[in-house]
Design a protein. Structure first.
Length: 523
């Protein structure tokens, strides 16, 4: 037995399928995969002359319905239709002796930026050979307008089956999988929808003047729901744990020769983000928009846009940055796919001007892609690198019940950035205060601490972007030790506005003796 993957590659880049209730499916479930294979087992090249599959094919299908995939590979997805555009189309039926039309959405399919795969860790070789033959005959998966090419090839899972999950296990990806008896149920439904006795010639010629669309029967028998948990790739070193991978620098000048004021930086970054999304159009990937499918778990970090004045940029290792009062930093997350990165880079090309409600700025790319791990210059000998958020940072949560300090809120912001690697939230069966305290405890274990903090009370809403209902922005400045969460030269942002204009951690070095004495008391 060896690991086996069944892979579906949609030729048009779009998957179009519906659940039993008529709602669109974002991607084909393992249960739908089994249905497609059962269909070609009766109609494809593996079928016997009487339309029945051979005994070895029967055994392979039985094994498949008894063994749900151990893993899934689900690419990024986005709905093809983002608005409510409809088209009036003929349904193929008659109403009052006239062709009937109905309003339908232009498309309720999902565009995919890669293949979909179902993975088994221990599939028998003879089952693999039979399924490989069946895959060659599958013409489409879902509706007929989503043609597919299926094969068996090796892929890596980004979701793994959680066999211990219950209906009360939070989070994860829940999909329908087959259970014993599903193949028999599919054959029963096929027999019900296609009676063996054909209509008589007289009945076939008779037309009552009106008819309806023939809806084939569906059934939930032989199905169950399985939970899959997001895969956190193994981390070999601190470099692999970086929240963001690379950063692009765009020098910006609005003609005043002065840097953007701290209270306007969130607005400027929001304007740049909107301009980028507008240039990409409806196909903007979730890593850019920050909007992920409802059935998936969003990563801790996505594309971030920050602004730094020239005085801060001078502390970086970026060369050829003179001649502008400040610059935008477009930070690409570590888990961004090569395709999504190519989209961002291609649409940033040619952006020479940016309009906001404040003014119009000219943009000029530096011309190099910088690694976030080596963005800042190393600290001077005899000093310890601490960090201060610029212009400020904003906590993501309100004050919690019980013992909870503002320092806890700051450390929680650090935890949210690295939550995919600290394993404190996703595996905690609770939500709210207990999960937050668990994450703060993990951050403290990494020797992170807060030396000093100060609340900013003037125009606090200027530093926040889309606060949750009922929350009040509490911007702050601080002096933070990140412990071993990040390297001394790494580029990171924290807090509620870390993706758009706030919470960028800039170096604030102190003599090592002073820094260690204060941070030691905080630990």
């Amino acid at each position: 037995m060896t690991p086996v993957s069944i892979t579906a590659r949609f030729l048009l880049g779009v998957y179009h399928g519906h659940a039993a209730d008529g709602s669109p499916d974002p991607f084909p479930s393992p249960a739908r995969l089994l249905s497609a294979l059962v269909s070609v087992a009766h109609t494809g090249t593996a079928a016997e002359p009487d339309g029945r599959p051979g005994p070895k094919v029967e055994e392979a299908l039985t094994w498949l319905e008894e063994h749900p995939p151990n893993g899934l590979h689900v690419p990024n997805m986005v709905q093809v239709q983002s608005g409510t555009t409809i088209a009036y189309r003929r349904t193929g039926t008659i109403e009052k002796s006239q062709p009937k039309t109905a309003a339908k959405a232009t498309s309720d399919g999902y565009a995919l930026n890669g293949v979909i795969s179902w993975l088994w860790d221990d599939m028998p070789d003879d089952v693999r050979d039979i399924l490989a033959q069946l895959c060659e005959d599958v013409p489409c998966l879902g509706e007929m307008d989503s043609p597919v090419v299926m094969s068996t090839e090796e892929t890596e899972a980004n979701w793994r089956l959680d066999p211990a999950a219950t209906a009360f296990t939070p989070g994860g990806l829940r999909v329908q999988v087959a259970a014993p008896g599903r193949v028999h149920e599919l054959r029963t439904l096929h027999s019900q929808s296609r009676p063996s006795k054909p209509p008589t010639e007289l009945a076939d010629r008779f037309h009552p003047g009106s008819d309806t669309v023939n809806v084939f029967p569906t059934s939930e028998e032989g199905l169950r729901v399985a939970r899959y948990e997001a895969v956190n790739p193994s981390r070999q070193d601190d470099g692999d744990r970086s929240p963001w991978r690379t950063v692009l620098v765009l020098l910006a000048d609005d003609g005043t020769r002065r840097p953007f004021s701290p209270q306007r930086r969130v607005s400027w970054c929001v304007a740049l983000h909107k301009a980028l999304v507008s240039r990409i159009g409806n196909g903007a990937p979730p890593v850019v928009t920050g909007r992920y499918p409802k059935d998936s778990v969003a990563p801790a970090n996505h594309l971030a846009i920050q602004y730094v004045p020239a005085s801060v940029l001078a502390q970086s290792a970026v060369e050829a940055v003179s001649g502008a009062p400040g610059a935008f930093l477009i930070m690409l997350p570590s888990d961004i796919s090569d395709d999504d990165q190519a989209v961002v880079l291609s649409y940033l090309v040619g952006m020479t001007r940016l309009r906001s409600r404040w003014a119009e700025a000219r943009l000029r790319p530096v011309g190099e892609v910088v690694e976030t791990r080596t963005f800042w210059r190393p600290p001077a000998q005899g000093t310890q690198r601490l960090w201060s958020p610029t212009p400020v940072a904003v906590p993501e949560v309100t004050r919690q019940r019980g013992e909870w300090t503002f320092e806890d809120a700051i450390l929680l912001s650090l935890g949210f950035v690295w939550r995919d690697h600290l394993d404190a939230v996703s595996k905690d069966p609770t939500r709210g205060a207990q999960a937050y305290r668990s994450l703060v405890a993990r951050v403290r274990e990494r020797r992170a601490g807060v030396m000093w903090h100060h609340r900013v009370t003037r125009n606090p809403s200027s530093y926040a972007h889309k606060m949750q209902q009922g929350m009040t922005a509490q911007p702050y400045t601080a002096l933070i030790s990140a412990g071993d969460l990040m390297a001394d030269t790494e580029l990171v942002a924290v807090g509620q506005s870390r993706h758009l204009g706030g919470g960028l951690l800039v170096p604030a070095d102190l003599p090592a003796e002073l820094a260690q004495s204060v941070v030691g008391r905080q630990a």
